[in-house]
Design a protein around this ligand. Sequence first.
Ligand SMILES: Nc1ncnc2c1ncn2[C@@H]1O[C@H](COP(=O)(O)OP(=O)(O)OP(=O)(O)O)[C@@H](O)[C@H]1O
Ligand code: SF4
Ligand SMILES: [Mg+2]
Length: 354
Amino acid sequence: MPDAKLEAQPPARQESDDVMLEVRNLKKYFPIEKGLFRAVKGHVKAVDDVSFTIREGETFGLVGESGSGKTTLGRCIVRAISPTSGQIFFRLPAGELVDIAALPKRELRDVRKYFHMIFQDPYSSLDPRMSVLDIIAEPIRNNKLLKANRDIQDRVRELMTVVGLDIQHLNRYPHAFSGGQRQRIGIARSLAPNPRLIVCDEAVSALDVSIQAQILNLLEDLQSEFNLTFLFIAHDLSVVEHISDRVGVMYVGQLVELTDTDSLFTNPKHPYTEALLSAVPTTDPEIKMDRIILPGEVANPADPPSGCYFHPRCRYAQELCKREAPEWKEVAPGHFAACHFADELELRGVEDAR
Ligand SMILES: Nc1ncnc2c1ncn2[C@@H]1O[C@H](COP(=O)(O)OP(=O)(O)OP(=O)(O)O)[C@@H](O)[C@H]1O
Ligand code: SF4
Ligand SMILES: [Mg+2]
């Protein structure tokens, strides 16, 4: 069994009233089973001791390369899967913070309606045999929010209007819609039970750039209209730039940097963030980008390197980095990074790279 000990790790617990979600020392280890008797030979440390908070009404961006643990973290937060250890405090409408990682199934059922996850591929997450009406109505029916069919239909029409879908298409099936429209159906469905937190997992990644912008605008409008809090997951930093208030960067199951979006983009404190930023496309074709190409692959979360997990790919790595894991520390107010040399390195932000 992996170490379930809870180590004290900043950022420390915030007692302030505006916290919507507080994740503390969260771990999700998937066992690697081998042989006839399925003996456990190790663990994929998909999320490995992650702590952060999201404020009410905030959009928190989460970025990192494929396999860094973003989806696993999101799925733990909406309790689609159970974390191995750690806490997930979630604020209920009455103001109480409850640890949804520790809630028994029965109580979890009562609070599930307050958080929802939407996925990259709206087609695979929408049942092709269900009409739009049934897809959007399902969470209303499951949570017994409305009983009369007439009321449910009215609510579905209202939700379709809110997300910009034509209510005439109520009885159509998902295949009749474009990718952007399907994502709108997914969003309407997620809004049906009046959630407080929505985890958007690569929600716009599969869409054309112009459609992406429309969906991002819609999410922003809905956020202010319904006072929603977003955890916005993407591997593309340019997607999170415009929508996020703060951004966390993940590498091999851990957060390596976290700060407000502006500071992250202009004044990164972790070499991994610097490399990701150098790949953000510029809108000005005159500007030649100076991209940092990272050598090698993302480390294996079942067998990560010694010391700083990023050291085999880091252009600033020193001997110390191979031996010791860097601490997660506050390098400026509200700006956290896990790098031995975060205070000394002069890293390039987007302005310098563009
Ligand atoms: N159910 C599972 N069983 C075993 N390993 C898993 C499981 N789900 C995820 N993993 C592993 O956990 C690690 C993190 O995966 P995850 O899907 O969370 O990453 P991600 O950051 O969302 O990647 P992507 O950008 O490709 O979506 C990967 O090594 C993945 O193979
Ligand atoms: S601790 Fe060392 S290897 Fe890790 S990011 Fe910082 S400089 Fe690079
Ligand atoms: Mg993912």
